[in-house]
Design a protein around this ligand. Structure first.
Ligand code: ADP
Ligand code: MG
Length: 380
């Protein structure tokens, strides 16, 4: 795999970079604080600008519905448009930015002319890739259209690299390609944890997507000393053990009994929980105490998935305690990942040089499960 960090001005000046990033942040327009995912891509864009490249930023946002008849029709256009990011990225980069909308993308030659006439360091942002059906189909023709606009391709979207999409997979067939600064950090940190983590190693898993997390337990079982469970994942195992969970979030399809027989020795379930309206919505104070104690002594910690329904502050205690315990432990090298999980970190004010925030949710889980990610394979 090639890395952008190895390139310099002589390789990049006046070349046009198609930069795939992850701006899949839905709530930003309502909240004024900027999501860590957005901040995480700035160094790569700044590196490209500094070295005189022109940048076309590519990203998707949400799951818009597109209908391809004679004309492209996008439902909920406003909700999913990337247009609002023009302003926020301009502000962060202190640079004007040109937005390429759906209509303009129909005239590739025109866009190309505009890019040609722009000065070195110019930045463009393309509309939500998922507005075009070709993106998620990994359509070669769509990838070719994108590739037509640039001279080289950089993948800095770790969070999307587990998806076989045109802008992460097919596109590398048409352009010289490399990993961006953020993707490089993701791979280095995650692979370090998988190879030889310092012991004791603690893996904290919660959140909604349960099936993805079982793969992590399997793959990291030998190297891990404690798996601390919360969120929907804990509920799923409670249900399998015949413990009543009322209307709590859980996953039916998982054979949690088998998981406990295989891996139960290292799995910890919350000793108590917070309940409201027949739903388990957070781990309880005893669980918080126990989990925090284990994390305090760890030399390696990995966390993916909130411990509860943290969007309601009354059920954020568990997740906040985990964030606190991990960031307070200066002896541990830690990775915290997942879209929702890292949004919890904006409350932490202390400096945490020993904590790496992974921008990947599903991608981080698949990587830690030992799976090959199509986006990374495409760069090889
Ligand atoms: P991430 O985005 O960090 O990868 P997930 O997408 O797997 O994590 O899960 C995050 C979601 O899980 C959050 O919206 C949170 O509210 C929800 N969640 C966690 N625990 C519970 C619970 N016990 N009941 C309901 N929702 C929960
Ligand atoms: Mg999520």
């Amino acid at each position: 795999m090639k890395f952008l960090s190895a390139l310099s001005k002589k390789d990049l000046e006046n070349k046009t970079c198609l930069l795939r990033v992850d701006l899949n942040v839905l709530e930003f327009a309502r909240r004024q604080n900027i999501h860590p995912r957005v901040l995480a891509i700035l160094p790569t864009i700044e590196f490209l600008i500094k070295n005189g490249a022109k940048v076309i930023i590519l990203s998707h946002r949400g799951r818009p519905k597109t209908v391809q008849s004679s004309k492209l029709k996008v439902e909920n256009y406003k909700q999913f448009s990337l247009k609002p990011f023009t302003e926020i990225l301009s502000f962060l980069l202190k640079k004007p930015m040109h937005f390429i909308d759906l209509k303009e993308f129909g005239f590739l030659d025109k866009i190309k002319g505009k890019i040609r006439n722009s000065t070195a360091g110019s930045v463009f942002l393309l509309e939500n890739l998922r507005f075009w059906p070709g993106e998620e189909k990994n359509d070669v023709k769509f990838a070719q259209k994108l590739a037509f606009l640039g001279d080289f391709y950089v993948n800095d979207a770790f969070a999307v690299s587990h998806r076989k999409n045109a802008s992460v997979a097919a596109i590398t067939r048409f352009l010289p390609s490399c990993a961006g600064l953020l993707l490089e950090k993701e791979i280095k940190n995650l692979s370090a944890i998988m190879k030889n983590p310092k012991k004791p190693m603690v893996v904290v898993l919660g959140g909604a997507k349960t099936s993805d997390k079982i793969g992590v337990i399997k793959n990291l079982y030998k190297k891990t000393d404690y798996f601390l469970l919360g969120g929907g994942l804990a509920n799923t195992i409670f249900a399998a053990q015949g413990i009543p969970i009322g209307d709590s979030l859980y996953e039916r399809k998982i054979d949690a009994g088998k998981i406990m027989r295989q891996f139960g020795k290292k799995i910890f379930l919350p000793a108590d929980v917070a309940v409201e309206k027949r739903k388990i919505l957070d781990i309880g104070p005893k669980a918080i105490e126990k989990y925090s104690k284990i994390i305090k002594n760890a030399k390696t910690a990995v966390w993916n998935g909130p411990m509860g329904y943290f969007e309601n502050s009354r059920f954020a205690n568990g997740s906040e305690a985990i964030a606190e315990a991990i960031t307070a432990n200066k002896k541990s090298f830690s990775i915290i990942g997942g879209g929702e999980t890292i949004s919890l970190m904006s409350n932490i004010k202390r400096k945490t040089p020993n904590v790496f925030l992974s921008t990947g949710g599903g991608a981080m889980l698949e990587y830690l499960s030992g799976k090959k990610l199509p986006g990374l394979e495409a760069l090889k």
